[in-house]
Design a protein around this ligand. Structure first.
Ligand SMILES: [Fe+2]
Length: 274
């Protein structure tokens, strides 16, 4: 009982400290380029903003795409049959300048700092291929990420993504916000693991879900803590880049090391294992 009370008090203090830091940092936020204000406002309102590499117009984009398309032919060379569970192949590329540099573009960091409201930690970038699957498992189950109070994942599609490629899909924030009873219906169901389409459909109808389909070069900037999300079951493979950001320091730093440590292989092994 005493332990429970002290845990609650610690959580409350941590929340108050977070609110105080947001308030103190607000006057120190960097200046935004006029067009970037729209991205920040959309993120604040909806928890997601979908744009394109061309619209962002970073100088580092051609080198990023060259680097990604040089690696892609060496990823996913195994034969993936129509099995129910083919896990994705994920490679950490944070240490490679052409990937890291795109994710540390100053304009991008300024946008994210305005959304997160605190100095930003850029944790890293991974390139991944997701393969055909007939049933939902792992990140194809509906879930929220939990590294921090606000987490931005930037997903770049490296191939055209239609329904058959398993697009990123999310529930609009208003359906699952803390002011909506759905929040409490979902809370324990998604506490330790994700839920499948059938379970979610009973709480938030499928008609409300948003599928993010788009051509290669589509950029999805999403708060994956705030939005219930998943990757959908696919019949064709999908290639993406994932960039990850939180406040610095994040609430759970231990969950963030996977974006730069040896949890996932680095591309050097592609030569050794093939
Ligand atoms: Fe996620």
């Amino acid at each position: 009982m005493l332990n429970k009370i002290s845990a609650k008090m610690a959580a409350l203090n941590s929340e108050l400290d977070y609110r105080r830091k947001l308030w103190q940092y607000a006057p120190k936020l960097p200046a935004l380029e006029p067009g970037d204000r729209i991205i920040v406002d959309t993120l604040k309102r909806e928890g997601i903003c979908i744009t394109t590499l061309a619209n962002l117009g970073f100088d580092s984009t051609p080198k990023l795409l060259d680097a990604a398309h040089t690696l892609l032919p060496n990823i996913g060379k195994d034969i993936y049959t129509n099995s129910s569970q083919n896990p994705p192949e994920i490679y950490t590329v944070t240490h490679l300048p052409n990937f890291y540099t795109w994710g540390s573009e100053q304009r991008l960091l300024n946008i994210l700092e305005h959304y997160i409201g605190l100095p930003v930690a850029y944790h890293g970038v991974q390139i991944r291929k997701d393969f055909l699957n007939t049933s939902q498992f792992s990140t194809m189950l509906w879930h929220r990420d939990s590294e921090d109070r606000r987490i931005i994942k930037i997903i770049i599609y490296l191939n055209d993504v239609e329904e058959k490629h398993g697009p990123f899909e999310y529930v609009p924030a208003s359906f699952t916000s803390i002011y909506n009873p759905n929040f409490y219906r979902l809370y324990y169901k998604i506490y330790n693991s994700g839920i499948n389409d059938e379970t979610l459909n009973k709480i938030v109808p499928k008609s409300a879900w948003k599928s993010c389909q788009g051509p290669a070069g589509t950029v999805i900037i999403a708060d994956t803590q705030r939005l219930l999300h998943h990757g959908t079951v696919r019949t064709q493979e999908r290639s993406t880049l994932f960039f990850v950001y939180t406040a610095n320091p994040p609430k759970r730093p231990g969950l963030c090391t996977q974006y730069w440590d040896d949890t996932y292989p680095k591309p050097e092994v592609l030569q050794e294992i093939r």
